[in-house]
Design a protein around this ligand. Structure first.
Ligand SMILES: NC(=O)C1=CN([C@@H]2O[C@H](COP(=O)(O)OP(=O)(O)OC[C@H]3O[C@@H](n4cnc5c(N)ncnc54)[C@H](OP(=O)(O)O)[C@@H]3O)[C@@H](O)[C@H]2O)C=CC1
Ligand SMILES: CC(=O)[C@@H](O)[C@H](O)COP(=O)(O)O
Ligand SMILES: [Mn+2]
Length: 383
């Protein structure tokens, strides 16, 4: 029985992780969880799964939960320390980090220090401080298992392979909600249009990232850290059906790909069962004849400027990816609130990166300081 802590339980990945846990009660037990402030969904999850510890973002939500579950034996906490407490609770076997944003960084580092296997969906943590996370994982001999569909695909392609023989990673991209629009048509697009992803139902932030193609940029940096591959050997391929989840090319020009219907429960479950597999309940079998054709296009870096920014920041390294990520988080949150237009997201990121001089080999405090300064700077551009 694997004891699991789940950060971001009320989110898109969180709910699908709970679905996987629920379908294999003999294998998985939810011991601790966290969420932000979606109390209605949070209460439903707590009532059903009865975890031993629950962390929430703010005191108000905490007080309401304490009252709601006063007759139960469940412990509650709130704020940053509670998020860490949930991550390492009772030395769980596996932390599923499905929170959104760089808030997931410190809990991940603390879980690694407690020798807890990390199933990582929270790509912002790897983008903002990939060197700290991977160095920590190596130091404590802890596994970092990918949940993101592309990285799970690459990870599955690499099973049984010698990593020295990898020639190239090919990360596939759907193109997002505006893939059929020209750049000139993006000036007046709405939040509602941007949230309409063609293939996946996901949280708001990642859906906007997918529309700007920043999601793919973040994934390139995520792949760099997870698989220790230089940026020159990571390509992005437009593939509008999201059926091939990514590919690996080896030195002998052989290419392996991982395919499946777009269903995040597959990668989530694989991270939880690795190196084994279990049946995936209620899953649709992929029948390639239903598609007939699959489509591929070269990624255009002038059309998708965020993709270029991500490669640039990754190659510069140091604190530049921290700036890329923090500026993007701040700009996307403002776009979602209707404060800026869609194309201003990339303007904010470009200006934040232009202003920043990267610090090489930053420690946690420097990362946190740069993250906060970048957010403050982006706010001055918005207000
Ligand atoms: N959705 C998907 O299919 C995929 C997602 N990912 C990645 O997984 C991560 C989660 O994505 P997704 O599930 O879509 O996101 P959602 O927005 O759906 O869920 C985010 C979760 O994090 C919680 N949360 C948000 N902010 C905070 C905070 N400051 N402190 C504590 N908890 C917080 C939310 O709580 P509440 O809502 O209660 O406030 C919610 O439970 C992201 O990094 C994303 O890029 C990767 C691949 C696919
Ligand atoms: C499901 C998943 O892993 C998302 O990150 C997905 O890849 C988004 O799709 P695109 O960014 O390719 O539009
Ligand atoms: Mn992905």
């Amino acid at each position: 029985m694997k004891k699991i802590s789940l950060l971001g339980a009320t989110g898109s990945i969180g709910i699908q992780t709970l679905d996987v846990i629920e379908s294999h009660p003999e294998h998985f037990k939810l011991l601790a969880m966290s969420f932000g402030s979606n109390i209605k969904t949070g209460v439903d999850i707590i009532s059903k799964f009865k975890p031993a510890f629950v962390a929430v973002k703010d005191k108000e939500t905490y007080e309401k939960l304490k009252f709601e579950f006063s007759s139960n034996d469940i412990k509650f906490g709130y704020g940053d320390n509670a998020l860490i407490e949930a991550a390492v609770y009772d030395r769980v076997d596996c932390l599923v980090n499905a929170v959104v944003g760089s808030v997931g960084l410190v809990p991940t580092l603390r879980a690694i220090e407690n020798n807890i296997t990390i199933a990582i969906a929270n790509k912002e943590t790897l983008v903002t401080a990939g060197h700290l996370v991977t160095e920590h994982a190596a130091k404590y001999n802890v596994k970092l298992l990918p949940v993101d569909s592309e990285h799970s695909a690459i990870f599955q392609c690499l099973q049984g392979e010698n990593e020295k023989t990898i020639d190239r990673l090919i990360v596939t991209a759907s193109g997002g909600s505006f893939r059929d629009k020209k750049r000139e048509e993006l000036h007046e697009v709405t939040v509602e249009q941007a949230l309409n992803h063609p293939n996946w139902s996901m949280g708001a932030k990642i859906t906007i990232d997918s529309a700007t193609m920043m999601n793919k940029g973040l994934e390139v940096i995520e792949a760099h850290w997870l698989f220790n591959i230089p940026y020159e050997k990571i390509d992005v391929l437009l593939h509008k059906e999201s059926i091939i989840h990514s590919l690996v090319e080896f030195q002998d020009r052989s290419i392996k790909a991982q395919l499946g219907t777009p269903d995040m429960r597959g990668p989530i479950q694989y991270a939880l069962t690795y190196p084994d597999r279990l049946p995936l309940e209620k899953s649709k079998r992929l029948e390639l004849w239903e598609f007939g054709k699959l489509h591929f296009e070269k990624a255009d870096f002038n059309r998708y400027k965020c993709l270029q920014f991500a490669y640039d920041s990754g190659k510069i390294g140091g604190t530049m990816p921290t700036v890329l990520n923090a500026a993007n988080e701040e700009a996307v949150a403002s776009f979602l609130k209707g404060k800026i237009k869609f194309l201003q997201i990339e303007e904010c990121i470009e200006r934040a990166m232009d202003k920043h001089e990267s610090i090489a080999h930053p420690g946690l405090e420097q990362i946190q300081e740069v993250d906060q300064l970048t957010r403050n700077f982006v706010q001055t551009l918005i207000s």
